[in-house]
Design a protein around this ligand. Structure first.
Ligand code: SER
Length: 895
């Protein structure tokens, strides 16, 4: 029976028994600060169990998406643990209780397939109950007819359920399916939970629990207002039973991912010799991890989680990274997610169609995360491998905490990976040391933040101004200047009454035409002037809702509280600000027109003449795409589209498709800015031009990456765009004069010159190498005998590159009779420093000589390499001779 059908039958069974079908809540557990993700079907109903809210229905049934990661290390090693799973559940809110819940579950499980049930053999089912729950035993035995020897009493750890945090809880009764002797030992669920698979949990929600230290130790605070039922039937588990497969990774919604991973890696799934999951072949375990984690990644991004370094985003990041690492361990080196994620989508989209329509966005985040991780891996793994080898060579058992910290801090290499890789090589990691370095770093960051904050006024000062004087009368949309009165002033966060010339203070006016920085738009510039006083406005903010503050520098005269002033925005500035902000909307619309709706703005900044916009996109834009975005933008300018701003209820704005930004919070009423009607429709509080032609020319000046899956486009507008283009034109003119070709041939000319230059460089390189090597025969012939070792100590010609010095040393070594032990040491001088390359032949190695040791010996530890070839440097150039003498002496001592 397919998973989708199992789900359908579950809902139908309970709907027929008077339950209302309730959709799954999204995975992030936003309502509950103690929980990152929804981890059970009942989470969305907690307020009803606790009696905080009246349940809208007495009975409900749902299939809830869940994430559980505490057992992430068990994934693939048992048949039961998946990070993402779906939980079928029926719920009673003070309605029916044990006597009805147990038979309802039994009925669905054992009813024949033809009658809409799952058709399980009743002889294979077992039940467990909480220690003293005689009532449940009686229902199982008397009403259901289950023999007493298949009803097992178990303790709190197994049969008393809570979410693991304070909230509703209660004793439970679970149903187990016996998969037969191939899956483990006989004796019931208490003996073997892989053979006896838990398929159904009936929780009798009766109590409220407090905080505790583990699964068993927490206080019961009291009884819930009513007795409830919360049941959970793991959809994947029952699917594995009904589909006759060993575990949840082999069911129809997951197995295609294993098949794809087999294809990519050339490994074969199913090498395990037994059905018992804990005895699985390591390749099988890895293939299961890949399948589980890729599916979880898809579902998480689908529900709005994006990779980051904390909270939910970190869980996602870790899951994606574990999947990628597992597939690499199976020998696949390239980008795996573009192959795997579409398979996961095809498995899950029949139940969750939004995965299909939103796949563009989902995949961008996933693929970008993989790109970023692969480059982290490339850098970090090399460094880690070296550190692990050094640790082993030094006879250590544990990688130093400083090393693990450096990998984390400098290369973003995750500690869990460091632990895993170290363990694979039989080493541990000094986790204590790592933790204390992390703690120090956090303390430093906190101190920094505190220092920065104290530079700003305490918000309470602003709040008391607001309490005393009320909200600022804010006129930015309607006028550029107004008369007003100074209500209050702050200096360094403290109230002040006067400000003298040169002083910088924060001024609060009763009304103001100044735009306070927000929505990406920089604040207005301008002046506040009064009777013989003038101040320049440096910054305008809204530190608390409804209060606008101006940071000003007094130019002349004295500013004081109560003064009548005239506040005037610099009109030129505002023209530029409006152009830039409308330009930002135009570029956003153009991006979405060219790249598709997934190119959604994630941040922006604009000030007169300049704008930048960050948007979600994977990979850079080609030159053509950039030009296209620029062209679409300029065409929109030319069309002279009307720009309008209307205030409307948020629901209405959403209905007409206005773009709201992810992570922003909006009021009930919002302002919708349109350019050309629906062509660009965004929620925005900024100041805009009246018609698009007023934006003037728009030139894209740059496009770059700002983190995984996020790009930044920059542009100049209006007169700044003209100036930018004029500068570019002047540059072309100058170059074409220099190159002596017309500007349209400039490209060809430069390409030709670059090619010529490269040829010349190669030629030069060859000549230099020949010159250096020409001498090697002479050097080999001049080898001196140092206690039976042929020793060559020489200085490379001035200007010889490091690579050439190595080639020379090896060449000289090759020219010495291999039957003689030989050591060749060549020094070179560059930039006032001396360096040395030492190479040793096989005979000399037999005598115990090692190039690495010689370099270390001569340079007191600075430098290194292999026993055959090593190098070091950093001494003052005049010590080159002494360095050779030192090596010769070491050879003499050791030979
Ligand atoms: N809340 C219980 C569980 O998750 C039953 O739904 O097992």
């Amino acid at each position: 029976m397919r998973t989708a059908e199992i789900k359908r039958r579950f809902l139908a069974h309970f709907e027929a028994n008077g339950h209302t079908v309730v959709p799954s809540a999204p995975l992030p557990a936003i309502e509950d600060p103690n929980l990152l993700f929804i981890n059970a079907g009942m989470v969305q109903f907690v307020p009803y169990f606790l009696g905080q809210q009246a349940a809208p229905w007495p009975r409900a049934v749902s299939v809830q998406k869940c994430i559980r990661t505490p057992d992430i290390d068990e994934v693939g090693k048992t048949s039961r643990h998946g990070t993402f799973f779906q939980m079928n559940g029926n719920f009673s809110f003070g309605d029916y209780f044990k006597a009805e819940a147990i038979p309802m579950a039994w009925d669905l499980l054992t009813k024949s397939v033809a009658d809409g049930g799952y058709g399980l053999d009743p002889e294979r089912l077992w039940a467990t109950v909480y220690l003293d729950d005689d009532e449940a035993i009686d229902i199982w035995h008397t009403s259901v007819g289950l023999p007493l020897d298949r009803i097992v009493r178990r303790g709190k750890a197994d049969n008393f359920w809570s979410m693991g945090i304070p909230g509703p809880c209660g004793p439970c009764s679970e149903i187990y399916y016996d998969r037969g002797p191939a899956y483990g030992q006989e004796g019931g669920p208490a003996v073997d939970e892989d053979r006896y698979l838990e398929v159904w949990n009936n929780v009798f929600m009766q109590f409220e629990r407090g905080a505790g230290s583990d699964k068993e130790n927490y206080p019961i605070l009291g009884e819930l207002p009513s007795r409830n039922i919360d049941t959970g039937m793991g959809l994947e588990r029952i699917a594995s039973v009904l589909q006759g497969v060993d575990n949840l990774y082999e069911i129809d919604e997951v197995r295609p991912l294993i098949t794809k991973a087999e294809e990519l890696t050339g490994r074969r799934y199913g090498l395990s010799k037994s059905h018992i999951a804990s005895e699985s072949h390591p390749d099988d375990v890895r293939l299961r991890v890949i399948a589980d984690h890729v599916r979880t990644g898809l579902m998480l991004i689908g529900d709005g989680v994006t990779p980051s370094n904390e909270g939910r985003g970190y869980v996602l990041r870790r899951i994606i990274r574990r999947a990628i690492r597992s597939i690499r361990l199976l020998g696949f080196e390239g980008q795996a997610l573009p192959h795997l994620l579409p398979v996961a989508r095809d498995c899950m989209a029949p139940s969750y169609p939004e995965l299909e329509s939103d796949f563009e966005r989902i995949s961008q985040y996933a693929y970008a995360e993989e790109d970023a991780f692969l480059s982290t891996l490339r850098q970090g793994t090399t460094i880690l491998d070296l550190a692990l080898t050094e640790t082993k060579q030094a006879g250590g058992q544990a990688l130093a905490g400083t090393k693990a910290f450096q990998l984390h801090d400098t290369y973003g290499f995750p500690i869990d990976l460091t632990l895993e890789i170290a363990a694979e090589q039989g080493l541990t990691v000094d986790v204590e040391g790592f933790r204390s370095l992390m703690a120090e770093q956090r303390a430093r960051a906190k101190a920094d933040a505190a220092a920065r904050k104290s530079g700003h006024a305490d918000l309470s000062a602003f709040r008391s101004v607001l309490d005393e004087h009320g909200p600022t009368d804010w006129l930015a949309y309607s006028t550029l200047e107004t008369d007003s009165t100074v209500l209050a002033m702050l200096k360094d966060g403290l109230p002040t009454r006067h400000a003298a010339p040169g002083e910088i203070v924060t001024v609060i006016l009763d009304r103001t035409p100044f735009y306070a920085e927000s929505g990406g738009q920089d604040s207005d510039a301008g002046r506040i002037a009064g009777d013989s006083v003038e101040a320049e406005v440096l910054d305008v903010q809204r530190p608390v809702k409804k209060l606008v503050t101006h940071q000003v520098r007094v130019l002349h005269g004295e500013l004081h509280v109560g003064q009548k002033v005239h506040a005037a925005v610099d009109p030129e500035w505002r023209v530029g600000a409006r152009q830039a902000h409308s330009g930002t909307h135009v570029v956003h619309a153009a991006l979405r027109q060219v790249l598709g709706p997934a190119a959604l703005q994630s941040g922006s900044y604009n000030r007169p003449g300049y704008l930048r916009l960050d948007f979600s996109w994977r990979g850079g834009l080609s030159a053509e795409t950039r030009s296209e975005v620029e062209e679409v933008s300029n065409l929109a300018v030319r069309k002279d589209l009307a720009v309008t701003a209307n205030v409307m209820p948020l629901a209405k704005a959403k209905e007409i498709g206005a773009i709201a930004l992810f992570g922003e919070t909006y009021d009930e009423d919002v302002r919708v800015v349109e350019i050309g009607g629906e062509w660009s429709r965004e929620l925005c509080g900024g100041t805009h031009v009246d018609r698009s032609a007023q934006i003037g020319p728009l030139a894209v000046t740059g496009e770059s990456s700002v983190g995984a899956g996020s790009r930044r486009i920059e542009a100049v507008v209006g007169i700044e765009a003209f100036r930018y283009l004029a500068r570019e034109r002047d540059l072309v003119l100058r170059l074409s004069e220099l190159m002596k070709v017309p500007s349209d041939q400039l490209g060809d000319r430069v390409t030709q010159l670059v090619a010529q230059f490269k040829d010349t460089e190669r030629e030069l390189e060859k000549l230099r190498a020949q010159m250096v090597l020409a001498n090697s025969g002479g050097l080999a012939a001049g080898a001196r005998d140092v206690r039976g070792v042929a020793f060559v100590g020489a200085e490379a010609p001035e200007g010889t590159g490091a690579g050439d010095v190595r080639t020379l040393a090896q060449d000289v070594r090759g020219k010495i009779d291999p039957a003689r032990p030989a050591v060749v040491a060549i020094t070179a001088k560059a930039g006032g420093k001396a360096s040395i390359v030492i190479t040793v032949n096989a005979k000399a190695k037999e005598l115990g000589l090692s190039a690495g040791d010689l370099v270390k010996g001569a340079l007191s530890g600075k430098g290194g390499g292999s026993p055959d070839l090593a190098q070091g440097g950093g001494l003052p150039a005049e010590q080159a001779g002494a360095l050779l003498a030192a090596v010769e002496k070491l050879v003499g001592d050791r030979a």
